[in-house]
Design a protein around this ligand. Sequence first.
Ligand code: SF4
Length: 265
Amino acid sequence: MMLRYFQNSVEPVLEYSDQEEFQRIVDSVRRHLQRKERAGIRLLPRRQIGKREPEAGAKMTLLSDLEGHLFSDYGAAYKAGDLEDLRDAIGDCRRCKLSSGRTHLVFGVGNPRAEIMFIGEGPGRDEDLQGEPFVGRAGQLLTDIITKGMGLRREDVYIANVVKCRPPENRNPEPDEIASCEPFLIKQVELVRPRVIVALGKFAVQSLLKTKTPITRLRGIWHDYRGIRLMPTLHPAYLLRNPGDKKLVWEDIKKVLAEIRSPSA
Ligand code: SF4
């Protein structure tokens, strides 16, 4: 979107200009915006809801598990200074067997400084085809939760998944696939540094919290993910099959809204 706006704004001017320096600047800005779009950043952030500076302790918690990867295949990801660097570091990833069946690697999308980060399980068919998380029917429901329920734009939050490539037949990701992709998610969380993570559905919740406890006992209660508050809730795809449980998700979302609006949060 940013890139399209830029092209529409600048290219008519270029028709009347042959200044090399101007062309170089335009090309440089275009490349910059292309990197941003590849990293899922479609709009510049519009509003922050009392964004806090990161706490030193929380930063150490997030980085600690990645330090062992500094000289590994994950070294560039560990050192990434922003989401664009991280996306570049992931590249055309072949680190696990999910790479063989994907159409697109689904990195993540949204505000790189979001207050709220939604994390789902992995891309489905629509997401794999479009290269963006939560764009199918379940994604539309998540968008409704964000816009109609929370009063935010989809671009105000950040959305990612536990694994970035679609598991075949939408099966659950396997432990080795989660382990291969986990450093990328940890780094993504560290770079966005949201105040709150909303984990969507049993699989994402159990993977992030490293537990087998049923989601019915986890949801609606605050948990900790590497120093960041995490609220488990039901997956939008589950809600499509069980619309009567939407009220449970709304209870969880109200707690999230109260948390980010709280000055002491
Ligand atoms: S799921 Fe993650 S680790 Fe596996 S190929 Fe995709 S990006 Fe790489």
